[in-house]
Design a protein around this ligand. Structure first.
Ligand code: ACO
Length: 435
């Protein structure tokens, strides 16, 4: 990021840049279904006629799907999203039922194994998770040596390093991949918490086997046992982030898995894709925005001004949802409860004021997304803003593992095409004759 740019500023500028770029693009890029023949005619220039540069034959018909918008990559049994109706199902179960009734551990089992666990299955799975939380000391050393990096970069580095210590790393059987996936789910919170302690000059807090996944994470992060409401809030947040079909990071996982790269490699690809502000980075930008607005009464004017300048408002809009993101309802209610509990309703009030100011954009299908209230919740839990993305990753890892397993189970190398629109057959000019 250029020095001096906030995350929010960067995203807003990406919005501006995209708009400028789109206006300069040739017609086929703006209108992806235009045939290549028309495109080629538009591109044909003087050089072409002089024979210096030639382009692909005009007869070729190419349909572009930029950003793979609207393209079905494969069939899946993991997740269903109806973006028009605002429906989200994990393995057939409504996100609303899971949010109200399940624990994160049950949701992990559901995503990995395909069904909700019975009591014994859950007890065994949970015991495996609890027993896998500790990191090799060499990985803790690596985290210490890169402690000044962004926490998501540290997570990515540590997961890469963990592959060197995992006894199953080369074993690609489904059983071994399930064992590795379970270990990674257990290890993610330990990495994030250990790094947070180290960069603050503190020793990592060892995991506690008597706490559940969410409570243990907050314990390792802060060194004190969380109250029941905070632990439940973290658990719910993890459930709501656990899976979301072929989003950019899960797609990256599947692309890497489709080369038959091992599970650690595939998960590293997912972490890398999560980093950008158009995906996992938005929650951090949302809380920066709320801080800049400062007072609920200022929200409407602030939003209007940003929109007038052609900037994007973080935490709004979604590639798939053209109505409210079904996860947002639970996070909104949770943020309200936490604001009351911690005696700080103002941040929540700023958020709802931003949401009200954004209502006119609903006509364009732009509604609040999962990241909008997530940032507010982490703020109430006293979590620093640059940990928001790694926390998203802690929630999302079971979904990534499920996608890698599904890809391995019926693999086909993912290798789409790019339509070349540059010059063709350019004569090579020796370096001393180039202008
Ligand atoms: N604020 C204002 N306008 C917006 C926003 C927004 N947040 N999102 C989209 N728009 C507008 C665009 O400017 C564009 O308008 P135009 O047609 O007049 O140029 C139109 O809506 C379509 O935008 P696209 O970027 O083409 O839509 P896409 O489906 O590709 O974008 C995305 C989805 C990237 C999430 C977008 O809505 C966005 O940038 N949102 C802000 C970042 C964010 O919150 N990301 C988190 C997403 S959820 C997640 O990953 C967990």
């Amino acid at each position: 990021m250029p020095p001096g740019w906030s995350l929010r500023e960067m995203v807003a500028r990406i919005g501006e840049k995209n708009r400028c770029d789109r206006s300069r693009l040739t017609a086929p890029s703006r209108r992806p279904f235009l045939s290549f023949a028309v495109h080629a005619k538009m591109l044909a220039g003087k050089n072409d006629r002089q024979g210096k540069e030639r382009r692909t034959p005009m007869a070729e018909q190419v349909v572009l799907h930029r950003g793979l918008k609207g393209v079905y990559l494969d069939a899946t049994r993991i997740c269903h999203i109806d973006g028009e109706k605002g429906i989200l199902l994990y393995r057939g179960y409504s996100i609303h039922d899971l949010a109200q009734n399940a624990t994160f551990e049950e949701v992990c089992y559901l995503l990995l194994y395909g069904d909700l666990p019975n009591r014994q299955q859950l007890a065994e799975f949970d015991a495996a998770l609890r027993a896998s939380r500790t990191l090799p000391s060499a990985v803790l050393d690596i985290i210490r040596s890169v402690k000044d990096a962004h926490p998501l970069d540290v997570l990515r580095t540590a997961v890469s390093a963990l592959s060197a210590f995992d006894p199953d790393v080369k074993d690609m059987t489904p059983e071994a991949n399930l064992r590795k996936g379970t270990r990674l789910i257990a290890q993610f919170p330990t990495i994030v918490a250990a790094h947070e302690r180290m960069r603050n000059g503190l020793e990592p807090v060892p995991p506690r086997e008597d706490l559940n996944h969410a409570a243990n994470f907050l314990w390792m992060l802060k060194g004190e046992e969380p109250d029941a409401d905070s632990a439940k809030a973290m658990d719910l947040d993890f459930i709501l982030h656990a899976e979301h079909s072929s989003n950019a990071s899960a797609f990256a996982v599947r692309v890497a898995a489709s080369t038959l790269a091992d599970l650690h490699a595939a998960i590293v690809a997912g972490i890398a894709a999560l980093k950008g502000p158009l995906h996992g980075g938005a929650a951090e930008a949302v809380i920066e925005m709320a801080e800049e607005i400062g007072e609920p009464e200022r929200a409407e004017a602030w939003v209007k001004e940003q929109l007038a300048q052609g900037k994007r408002i973080m935490g709004f809009g979604h590639r798939v949802y053209k109505t409210e993101d079904p996860r947002a309802r639970h996070l909104r209610e949770l943020a309200k409860r936490l604001g009351e509990k911690f005696g700080d309703p103002k941040t929540f009030q700023i958020m709802t004021a931003i949401e009200r100011a954004m209502q006119p954009l609903r006509a364009k299908g732009i509604y609040v997304n999962v990241d909008f209230y997530a940032g507010c919740i982490y703020h109430y839990l006293g979590i620093p803003a640059d940990l928001y993305i790694p926390i998203f990753a802690i929630g999302r890892i079971p979904g990534w593992v499920a996608h890698a397993l599904e890809q391995y189970a019926d693999n086909l190398l993912i290798r789409p095409l790019l339509h070349y629109v540059g010059p063709m057959e350019r004569p090579f000019v020796p370096i001393d004759r180039r202008g």
